[in-house]
Design a protein around this ligand. Sequence first.
Ligand code: ADP
Ligand code: MG
Length: 620
Amino acid sequence: MVLMQISEPGAEAEQTAARRYAVGIDLGTTNSLVAHFDGEVVQVLMDEDGRASLPSVVYYGDGKSEVGGKAEAFAVAEPHNTVASAKRMLGRARAEFNDDPYVALTQHGLAFETDAGQKTPVEVAAQLLIELRSRAQAHSDEHMVGAVITVPAYFDDAQRQATRQAAELAGVKVLRLLNEPTAAAVAYGLDEAAEEASLLAVYDLGGGTFDISILRMSRGLFEVLATGGDSALGGDDFDKAIVDLWLERLHLSDPTPGQRRRLLECARQAKEMLSTDEQATIDCSALAMSSSELTLSRSELEQVITPFVGRTLSACRDTLKDAGVESLDRVVLVGGSTRTPLVRHAVAECFGCDPLCTLDPDQVVAMGAAKQADVLVGNRAADEALLLDVIPLSLGLETYGGLVERIIDRNSTIPVALAQEFTTARDGQTGLVVHVVQGERERVEDCRSLAQFELTGIPPMVAGAARIEVTFRVDADGILEVAAVEQETGASSEVVVKPAFGLDESQITDMLKASYEHASEDMLARKLGEARLEGESLVVGLHAAIAKDGDLLNPDQRSELEGGMLTLQSALTDTDPEQIRALTEALGRASEAFAARRMNRSIQIALQGVLITDLGAEDA
Ligand code: ADP
Ligand code: MG
């Protein structure tokens, strides 16, 4: 196959001015929230009783079901019908939950056994989303076009896919799944911060989980460097430790399940009071115990929770090490449990800087998601900050001779769509195999194979006459779609690669290292060919881009780019790959801002047109 040209398919659609109604949803393990950004302020939407947090609990009784606080009320009397923390099981395998008496393996995977039948974690999550959707709808006359739903940064493809399925079941269009720590950073406007690049940690201590994420942020672009934490550590552990302390004091060694449950509620109440008060007194006369009051002081609380806080700090240190980071510019606090003063102090001391906590820590994720939703539905001007993620490893195709032709480069911002034209290698060839690979190496056998599909029905022609356009599209969630179309006959074939990038940080690092170590094995000719190709395609691409979007450049910027193109073009006939590369890179850098403005424009256009109705459905 011979590479012929590179082009970027532009989405053309009409621009509309009306503001679209979209929301951000924090689908939490303990609590879920929905928020909306109206262009000026973010508002967390309340239920009719004025509560912002929806407990992530669903009750499935005989003939009726309840969601949130109303569902929680059944926890003592009907524990098997009251499903909490279903998020832990989203997209997971049965084996990991062998000790849960209410969980069964069904035909469709994992499920909860309730009086209303078997309920999968996806159904439970959908129930919560339905509640939040109707709350969102009650707050506006406008039709809700979609939502940004947050997920933990460590969620793998199966877990993300399960979240999407839940949204689909609930009739919520997913504009994008956004990492929770990224959402928190967005809520604080860190994506719009002026500085060149910064490192931040997001410390998220919720009800039953602790997550620590290290992010690198530069010009509105977030990269998750490392994640860590403990999936069984959170505010619930604080509550249990308080109950143990009280039981000891009351000389009550064997409480009934009902008593234990009520004591846990009292403990939670006392703990939350102690975030502002020094002393908490809880009335427990309803419990018929030896005492009618339970007391707890701030220092008693701190004593029992110190070991848990210590565990979060050692997870932080491990994760910093994983990220290869020594110091940070900022720490963001997320999760209701970070209101505990001891937690705040410990985090400040551990990271050596005052954590950001001016926004409500249990609402900050939903708030960031709401801001992002507003951007994604095109309510903001094209030149304003747009949050983008990057592709961890290059994506390409196998070409003649087992070589890899890269289509989308590593670190490209997503969403992105790029196309290249290929042709047949043999006379009369009527089909070809499209082999999609991921990695930085030159040879297919050294890269990771993602998918393989066939394009048939090419009319027999002489070698080199067929024109086959192969398009790679990576959507905002990182899901890759590859399509091949023979231009003459329209014969087409495509594949969706999912999971798209199911690699963890260390696998990516290994693949990158391998590619650096073997780089010297590559022949100079290959280097030269590639350098020329890259230089050529940059020049061709820039020519086309300036022709189309030249209005985004001022005269100075334009002449700088045109000068760079001329210099590069004349260097292309030389035989020095380094020189060509250097010039290509310089030109690439010089055109970065232009490319970013163009991408903003094209995303804006794509999102404002008819495509909006397809959002989320295209890759579900
Ligand atoms: P998740 O993200 O896991 O859904 P949240 O961020 O909503 O959880 O955190 C819930 C936890 O926060 C609970 O353990 C709750 O008791 C705790 N919490 C809420 N408010 C306070 C407070 N004022 N002081 C201490 N802990 C609190
Ligand atoms: Mg949370």
